[in-house]
Ligand binder design. Structure first.
Ligand code: NIG
Ligand code: FE
Length: 383
C-alpha cells in the first residue's frame, strides 16, 4: 500500500485520469473544478465481494441457541438455518425485499463501500431465485452502488424436494440456470460445497451447466469441514473460493497453483465460534486473500466491511495493509474486475471514499462506528 501525502486525484466521466503528489499535478489539470478531501485519507471504494444481501427475517433466536450450545448443523437439521430464511424470503414480496436491500446499501455506502456482490440462494426455485436476482437488477438500475449478482441456487435442496436431491439438481441445471442466464440476471454461479449441503460431484454438475452458459464459478468451500472444496475450485478455475476455515494443506497448494482468490469471511467464523481461515498460510503460499462480510441472516448479520477488515487483522493475523488490499483490489479480483475496480490508478473507475484517519493502520486499529466522511462512485458523490 502506497500512501501519498498531499495527494491529488483527477477524474473525468467516472474514470480516473491521474493520481499522485499534488506538486506533480500535470499542468493540463490545474484549472479543473476541485473538491477538497479535507485532509482525510482517500482510499479506493471498498468492495464487499461476498454477501447474501436479499433475504427476509433474521435468525437472532438461533444466535441465542448456539450460544447455549446447540450447533449450526443441529439447528439446520431441525428445520432452522437456511430453510427458515427460504420460507420467509419466498413469502416476502419483490418490493419489500427491494426496499430492505436499498436501505442496507445506503448504510453500506455510508461506510465507504462502492461495490457489492449479491447472491441469491434463499429462493431455491425458478420463481424465487429469479425474484431475488430481479431485486438486484432493479437495485443496479436505481441506486448508486455497483451490484454484481451471483446465482446460488445450490445453497440447499429446496424443501419441497425432500430427499430428492437429483430432482432438485435437475431443476437447477435445466431450469434455473438457463432462465437466469437468458434474462442476464447473474455473472457468477456459486455452490455451497459441504457435507450438509452439496457434494463435490453435485457441485461439478451445477458448475458445468453454469459454465456452458457463460457463468464463472465461485464456491462456498471447506467452511464447516474439509470436503475438498478448494481442490474443486482449482479444478473448475473458479474466480474465488470462499470461507476455507477448514482448508487443508493440499487445498492451499491447489488454490495457489490455479490462481484462485481466497475470500475470507471473518464474521462467519466469529459468529459460529469457529476457527478462522488460515490466512497467513494462504498468503505464504501465494494465494491472494480478499476480505468480505458474508452478510446474511444466520451466520454473518453485519455488512460492516471495515469491521470485517479489523477482524481479519485480529483473528487471522493479516496486516492492516493486507486487509485493506483484501477489501479493495483483491476483492475486485474475486469478482474478475481488478482491471477497473479497486485502485486509484489511471483507467480505474473513480470509486473512492474519504476516511477520517491519518493512515490505513490507524483506520483499522481505532475502530469507530463510522470513520467514512464521503463516498464517491463513478465520480459522483453518493454519501
Ligand atoms: O455463507 N454457508 C452457507 N451460507 C451462508 C450462511 C447461510 C445461512 O445460514 O443463512 C454463509 O455462511
Ligand atoms: Fe456466504
Amino acid at each position: 500500500v502506497r500512501t501519498v501525502p498531499d495527494a491529488a486525484l483527477v477524474w473525468r466521466d467516472g474514470c480516473i485520469l491521474w493520481s499522485g503528489p499534488r506538486t506533480l499535478l500535470p499542468p493540463e489539470h490545474l484549472h479543473a473544478d476541485t473538491v477538497s478531501a479535507g485532509g482525510g485519507l482517500v482510499v479506493p471504494g471498498l468492495i464487499d465481494c461476498h454477501t447474501h444481501l436479499a433475504f427476509a427475517g433474521w435468525r437472532a433466536d438461533e444466535f441465542e441457541e448456539r450460544i447455549l450450545g446447540r450447533s449450526y448443523l443441529d439447528i439446520a437439521r431441525a428445520g432452522g438455518g437456511i430453510q427458515r430464511t427460504v420460507a420467509q424470503t419466498r413469502a416476502a414480496s419483490e418490493d419489500a425485499l427491494f426496499e430492505r436491500c436499498a436501505s442496507h446499501l445506503r448504510e453500506m455506502a455510508a461506510l465507504g463501500v462502492t461495490t457489492v456482490e449479491c447472491k441469491s440462494g434463499y429462493g431455491l426455485d425458478v420463481e424465487h431465485e429469479v425474484k431475488l436476482l430481479t431485486v438486484y437488477q432493479r437495485l443496479s438500475a436505481t441506486q448508486s452502488l455497483r451490484i454484481i449478482p451471483t446465482l446460488l441456487a445450490a445453497h440447499a435442496v429446496a424443501p419441497e424436494f425432500g430427499g430428492r436431491r437429483n430432482a432438485y439438481l435437475r431443476l437447477v441445471t435445466r431450469d434455473i440456470i438457463p432462465r437466469v442466464v437468458h434474462a442476464g440476471l447473474a455473472r457468477f454461479c456459486d455452490v455451497f460445497v459441504e457435507e450438509a449441503a452439496f457434494s463435490l460431484e453435485e457441485a461439478r454438475r451445477v458448475l458445468a451447466a453454469a459454465s456452458a452458459l457463460g457463468l464463472r464459478a465461485k464456491l462456498h468451500a471447506d467452511q464447516l469441514s474439509d470436503g475438498g472444496g478448494a481442490r474443486l475450485a482449482a479444478e473448475v478455475h473458479a474466480v474465488s473460493a470462499d470461507h476455507l476455515e477448514q482448508i487443508s494443506a493440499d487445498g492451499i497448494a491447489c488454490l495457489a497453483a490455479a490462481h484462485v482468490v481466497a475470500v475470507s469471511l471473518p464474521f462467519a467464523a466469529l459468529y459460529l465460534g469457529a476457527r478462522p481461515m488460515p490466512a497467513r498460510a494462504l498468503l505464504a503460499a501465494g494465494v491472494p486473500v480478499a476480505v468480505a462480510t458474508d452478510f446474511n441472516p444466520g451466520t454473518a448479520p453485519s455488512f460492516h466491511l471495515p469491521l470485517a477488515m479489523t477482524l481479519a487483522c485480529t483473528l487471522q493475523r493479516m496486516t492492516p495493509a493486507e486487509a485493506f488490499c483484501g477489501a479493495t483490489l483483491v476483492a475486485a479480483a474475486a469478482l474478475d474486475r481488478h482491471d477497473e475496480l479497486g485502485a486509484l490508478d489511471p483507467g480505474y473507475a473513480a470509486d473512492f471514499a474519504v476516511i477520517d484517519a491519518p493512515d490505513v493502520e490507524t483506520w483499522l486499529y481505532h475502530f469507530r462506528a463510522n470513520a467514512c466522511r464521503q463516498t464517491w462512485v463513478g465520480g459522483q458523490r453518493v454519501h
